[in-house]
Design a protein around this ligand. Structure first.
Ligand SMILES: Cc1cc2nc3c(=O)[nH]c(=O)nc-3n(C[C@H](O)[C@H](O)[C@H](O)COP(=O)(O)OP(=O)(O)OC[C@H]3O[C@@H](n4cnc5c(N)ncnc54)[C@H](O)[C@@H]3O)c2cc1C
Length: 426
């Protein structure tokens, strides 16, 4: 296969608006930095947009097979009928039109770090000077006996937003009054640490209204979880006796699942579920693994100042796929992408890169008018060089707050989500 030519590329790009950028051919591109971004999620899309601001003349190409992106953020609301996938879905037209990002609607299948070329699913090859890999996470289908590609259709994880979300919603709707909805939480790290507990809360909110004899059981491989006291306070206040959680030390780690018998075996025993939501163990997206960007943890080690891969030169890894020290969240993906955009612009210019500070804001909704939040500041530890949470500037919403306060937080959460989507994709 050949490198993508100007004409071949026109067949691949996402919109005519991208065409004015083809003022030069790849043959003359040596004079213009070529940056290829793989993955158009919160990390990749933010990076492409903010790199354009830092490098107005760079040739920036976004490789993303999907025409539009469906946000996992707010997808728990979809599972319980509080929202639909529509407001969570956004196209790439603004990135093309307003920022001159070329969208190639293909998957990246291989990286040649010596020739500095990406191979696309079409077989075409895309050259780069810097490559940014942001493919998100992938499920570990081999980690939990009984849960694999086939049984996942019966027990949807819904940890990728889209069809899985609607499948899980349908199962919850079909659940009888009186059964148990089981949510299994994998060992950290996994995408969005508080989201399983937000989901459990919204399950309880939904079941209390529609099937009040039903219960929610969380089988958790972990001992503690983010905003735990706030969640537990909310469960006691809003859905007393409905939510039970078994932590790792009490046998909460799931050992196997039977999709036909609808049973989950954990250290604490064997549990029957009317709905079983397996949130599986995770690792960096497939391309990261195939390209040798992952270590034994399944995630991609990076330099936290630039997000440069510690394993492959001239490749930077962003978002959930990176083992950066930041939480695997959309806010962190967005914040890290901005830091990486500035750092890469500085590297191209031969300027020094400074230590970053990151702010992660995280809201969780327990009911339509009841949300809790946490804001955390992360910085680079001068001794270890790793990203660590800073005690200063970090805080959670207070315990014992009024329902009015929680409603305000729910309204803030909505505003935060709209701002994040706009900052990333518009
Ligand atoms: C239920 C749930 C609720 C959540 N709630 C919140 C929240 O309230 N706040 C928050 O901050 N975060 C939340 N998150 C986490 C957030 O969704 C993720 O952290 C975020 O999506 C990570 O962004 P990313 O860009 O790394 O990956 P993704 O968003 O998954 O994007 C990856 C993109 O890469 C593309 N891709 C993959 N492989 C290839 C390839 N080979 N070639 C080309 N493209 C490829 C994919 O198609 C995808 O578009 C939630 C997650 C879940 C599951």
């Amino acid at each position: 296969m050949t490198e993508i030519t100007r004409r071949g590329f026109a067949a691949l790009v996402g919109g005519a608006a991208a065409l004015p950028l083809f003022g030069t051919s790849f043959a003359s591109a040596a004079r213009t930095p070529r940056v290829v971004v793989i993955g158009g999620g919160f990390a990749g899309a933010t990076f492409a947009k903010y790199l354009r601001r830092a490098m107005p003349t760079a040739r920036i190409t976004l490789v993303e097979p999907k025409k539009s992106y469906v946000s996992c953020v707010y997808s728990n609301e979809v599972v319980v009928g509080l929202s639909t996938l529509k407001p969570l879905t956004v196209g790439y037209a603004a990135l093309a039109e307003a920022y001159g990002i070329r969208h190639v609607r293909r998957s990246a299948v291989a990286i040649d770090p010596v020739a500095r070329r990406v191979t696309l699913s079409s077989g075409d090859k895309l050259p780069y000077d810097k490559l940014v890999v942001a493919p998100g996470m992938a499920y570990r289908y081999d980690a939990l006996p009984g849960w694999n590609e086939e049984t996942a259709a019966l027990l949807p994880a819904a940890w990728h937003a889209g069809p899985e979300t609607t499948q899980l919603a349908a199962r919850l709707k079909a659940m009888p009054n009186g059964g148990t909805a089981i949510i299994t939480v994998p060992p950290a790290p996994y995408r969005c640490p508080p989201a399983p507990y937000e989901r459990a809360s919204l399950f309880a909110w939904y079941l209390k209204r529609t099937k009040p004899a039903a219960k929610v059981l969380i089988l958790d491989a972990n001992e503690t979880f983010p905003k735990q006291a706030l969640f537990e306070e909310g469960w006691a206040k809003l859905f007393p006796g409905m939510v039970t959680r078994i932590p790792g030390s009490k046998g909460g780690a799931v050992q196997s699942v039977d999709a036909v018998a609808m049973r989950v075996v954990a250290g604490a025993g064997s549990f029957s579920g009317a709905v079983i939501n397996i949130i599986p163990p995770q690792r960096a997206g497939d391309l990261a693994t195939a390209a040798g960007l992952t270590d034994q943890t399944g995630w991609c080690p990076v330099d936290p100042r630039t997000f440069a891969s510690k394993l492959v030169p001239d490749v930077h890894v962003l978002g959930d796929a990176a083992a950066s020290g930041l939480p695997k969240s959309a806010t962190s993906a967005n914040a890290g992408a901005k830091v990486a955009a500035l750092a890469i612009a500085k590297l191209f210019a031969g300027r020094p890169v400074t230590d970053p500070l990151f702010i992660n804001t995280c809201y969780s909704r327990l009911a339509p008018d009841y949300a809790i939040g946490i804001a955390s500041v992360f910085g680079v530890d001068p001794v270890s060089g790793a990203i660590v949470v800073r005690n200063t500037g970090t805080g959670t919403s207070p315990l014992g707050a009024s329902l009015g306060y929680r409603k305000e937080e729910a309204e803030d959460a909505d505003k935060w989500f709209r701002a994040l989507m706009s900052d990333t994709f518009a």
